[in-house]
Design a protein around this ligand. Sequence first.
Ligand code: KIV
Length: 299
Amino acid sequence: MGTARPAEVTRTARPARITVPWVRARKVSDHADPLVMVTAYDAPGARIADDAGVDMILVGDSLAMVVLGYEDTLSVTVEDMAHHVAAVARAKPSALVVGDLPWMSYHVSTEETVRNAAQLVRAGAQCVKLEGGRKRLAMIEALVDAEIPVMGHLGLTPQSMHAMGGFRVQAKESEAALALVADAKALAHAGCFAIVLEGVPDEVARMVTDAVDVPTIGIGAGPHCDGQVLVYHDLLGLEDRTPAKFVRRYADLKAASVAAMSDFVVDVRSRAFPDHTESYHLNAEQAEALSLYGAAPVD
Ligand code: KIV
């Protein structure tokens, strides 16, 4: 898989299977290409992402909102996440598979955190992602001790939506920006191999990116990160919700899908589908035999 990557954007040599150490080493300041991550939640989505040449597939807890129909990300469980990680892993992508730890799976104790993360790894994730800054250090260290690589996630952390008062851009004030930089340094020091920066001003994302020696991956964090991530359904226009400012839509698959299915509806109702070539047929001998019983199919 992964053969469709256009040669003109391929500067950094990619291994046949992307690994955590390979991602860990991809700082743009060290002349690496920006990292590309997208979310995917099932095998066909993973194949599309992999054939497009992404570096990482995040089985995000955005699953809750874009696939399972919840209003926020708080309702998904470790079991839900493991189910979808396994579906992505069955596609055997060459991209790194990142499993998102859902809310309350890494908040209670280090033991529970490691056990829950192990469930995602056993389902096929090569690493896990969790949200939050310095207050998550004990959990991150426990995971790293258990040989489970961790991607951090700072800024607008959707699992904190109630504490933040909604989905709001974070670190807009200098004090909060400095706290974010301190969080990022602490996460990198604790062993995170990369950090997602979501919903922060681009100047702040640049400060964080310059301050840590692990790659930052932005979403709504401007162009100065070491990589970018978008949600599958946003990128492909599979939703008709108004997208956030930071989303660039590369296709309008919702409209294309509705149009295609409307054609199917019309064809069935007008009996234009299925036609002769889309049907199975008896051979002449069997048709003749049936006709002897007065049951010959009328063509
Ligand atoms: O769950 C998710 O899709 C994410 C991305 C927005 C980074 O965490």
